[in-house]
Write a protein that binds this ligand. Structure first.
Ligand code: ZN
Length: 198
């Protein structure tokens, strides 16, 4: 059966269908939003269609799947045993494209954060979010890659002293109503925690 629309229209319709949002990306979005950050998603007019763009912080964020984008040293970036040449070419293309997009954004004056999928799964999410929000609000540095090292399943990251309950560590605005819902009641929040600790 013939298509009911012209090839041009069909092409535009297909392009309008957003690629599927991945779970780690959604987890990052939720956590960032809860921490008071606002952003646009899947910004197609910028090089590489960054997954998140935080205009206020002049930052484009890419969430990279470790396998497709080749997270170096990450157990998730395995190489399939068969069709080695096919995969090598595909991976090479992805990595080159990522590097090119990053350069274009930096040249245009954007800061660029690359967040690897393995840093967003389970318990890895919180420290990664902390590092990302630190990068955003510090205004220092043009580009960052998170987490600093691939997250190996079963291996714990060292606990940080800053991992106290409460919203302060996320730079969360204290007057934000979400502080109470997402991270514990505002009354008796961080200060109560502190007095318990003492
Ligand atoms: Zn990884």
């Amino acid at each position: 059966m013939a298509d009911t629309v012209t090839p041009e229209v069909r092409s535009r319709m297909m392009a309008a269908i957003r690629r599927k949002d991945t779970k780690p990306e959604l987890a990052l979005r939720r956590a960032l939003h809860a921490a008071g950050f606002r952003f646009r998603v899947d910004v197609r007019k910028l090089p590489g269609s960054p997954d998140l763009v935080l205009r206020k912080w002049n930052t484009a964020v890419f969430v990279h799947g470790c396998f497709w984008h080749r997270h170096e040293g990450c157990p998730r970036a395995s190489t399939p045993a068969s069709r080695a040449e096919y995969w090598a070419a595909k991976f090479e293309g992805n990595v080159a494209r990522d590097a090119r997009n990053r350069s274009l954004l930096l040249e245009a004056g954007w800061r660029v954060a690359t967040v690897w999928e393995c840093g967003l799964l389970g318990a890895a999410l919180e420290p990664t979010l902390e590092e990302l929000t630190g990068f955003l609000t510090s205004g220092g540095g043009r580009a960052i890659e998170l987490p600093a090292a691939p997250v190996i399943p079963g291996r714990r990251r060292p606990a940080k002293a800053s991992l106290l309950p409460g919203s302060l560590r996320l730079g969360h605005p204290l007057d934000c109503p979400r502080a109470g819902n997402a991270l514990g009641p505002v009354a008796g929040g961080p200060s109560r925690q502190m007095s318990v600790a003492v």
